[in-house]
Design a protein around this ligand. Sequence first.
Ligand SMILES: [Zn+2]
Length: 340
Amino acid sequence: MSSPQSHERYSRQMLFAPVGAEGQRKLGASSVLIVGMGALGTVLANHMVRAGVGLVRFVDRDYVEASNLQRQMLYDEDDVRESMPKAMAAERKLKRINSSVRLEPVVADVTVENVERLLDGIEVVLDGTDNFQTRFLLNDACFKLGIPFVYGGAVGSRGMSAVFVPGATPCLRCLIQPGEGTAETCDRIGVLSPVVDISASYQAVEALKLLVGAVAVRRPTLISFDVWNNHHFEMKTGEPKPDCPTCGTREFPSLQQGAVDAASLCGRETVQLHVASSFDLTAWEERLSGLARVERNPFLLKAYLPEGERIVMFPDGRALVQGTEDPVRAKTLYARYIGM
Ligand SMILES: [Zn+2]
């Protein structure tokens, strides 16, 4: 962090007095986890890596598709052509941006089973997800382990963000009940690219404050805005609810539930099934090649089924059935070609 080269690299950030040389040193010794490397996650990772955060771990279960390029700023047409998993495509790009940051890409679904391992050694967790199921899981894991969680969301022309710090603020569950806020998704009503950047940038600046220890200026509000209709709201997050099952009674409901085996992914004609514990892609390529057109790279296998749907298989045992939103249809095809 103290070489002349790094001094030059971070000079504008260090000239900003509240960061300074000491803040820059703290950033270099700090660690963040970004969950979801879609629109929010790529903006978050870009900021964290350019700012010189020492360790940036990021996790995503999906791969890059053409419809991502409008707003997911780290990806390009090569990533689409190669069907790169988002975490790997992001690593390739981020390495070129700042080679001194330790990058830890993880291609996986965040589950009850792996969430605490992903949070190991992490100082701040940044929400880049697109669903409340994962957000509540992160919220509960963060409050159990005492790690700040910076929430962000964007849909249509609206965005929001808030900071949740165990022991100091309420948690996400105090503000939003499970089941609320899930009606609209980007895949149904769309999203404008600038909204995502604004939401993620609010998150990124709060992460920087947390990492340099600027407690006094931490945002005490849930901020929300509509950039198309020119609205801007802030609501004080207030005090934790004493009967909150996460930060009050510490039952952590999302850590109690079993993993969901079939979940429709954000309404974009994809169902995820996580039944197997692993897939040997080489073996599956051979097995399926007589039945379907098969494409494979080191990270995933895609089978174009004669029925019209596609099955995408990952080494960690996950499968995406694409071309349907119906979990029953997805399970039928899964059972037909893979077996369950
Ligand atoms: Zn709470």
